[in-house]
Design a protein around this ligand. Structure first.
Ligand code: FES
Ligand code: FES
Length: 157
């Protein structure tokens, strides 16, 4: 079936099976492999993308449900010049990146939070990351990176 939506700010129109997930549509039909398949059952958050301003697990959304929506994937998160943005730079700066399987989803969770709240408490940051599992970093550095980004973006206002 034809599925039309906005992907990282650009219109997309793609013919794809109706019974695949949004994650499969992104990875297998649109060659956007930043979102990862970890568990495929909504437990790990590695497949996180932002759909109409909300963080979602793309492994739990059928591709046709994306029709008419605005989707942002990790490929759509960058500075205007295409380089890593402030959040991504802070992930590097604070040592929040290790194996990287979880990191695209973590960045998307951070961006989704910062879209809603530029002054989150550490507790709110942890809550925002509750659906994203990381077996490497211990989370502390990820929370630090998101907190520093919030501070920086507040300073830019
Ligand atoms: S792959 Fe979607 S939540 Fe784990
Ligand atoms: S950096 Fe390895 S799972 Fe998160």
């Amino acid at each position: 079936m034809l599925i039309e939506f906005t992907l990282n700010g650009k219109p997309v129109s793609i013919d794809a099976p109706a019974d695949i997930t949004l994650l499969a549509l992104l990875r297998d039909h649109l060659a956007l492999t930043g979102a990862k398949e970890g568990c495929a059952v909504g437990e790990c958050g590695a497949c996180s993308v932002i759909m109409d301003g909300r963080l979602i697990n793309s492994c739990l959304v059928l591709a046709p449900q994306a029709g008419g929506s605005q989707i942002i994937t990790i490929e759509g998160v960058h500075a205007p010049d295409g380089e890593p943005n402030d959040l991504q730079e802070n992930f590097i700066e604070y040592g929040a990146v290790q194996c990287g399987i979880c990191i695209p989803g973590m960045v998307m969770a951070g961006e989704a939070l910062l879209m809603q709240n530029l002054n989150p408490t550490r507790s709110q940051i942890r809550t925002a990351l509750a659906g994203n599992l990381c077996r490497c970093t211990g989370y502390q550095q990820i929370v630090d990176a998101i907190e520093a980004t919030a501070q920086g973006r507040r300073g830019d206002l």
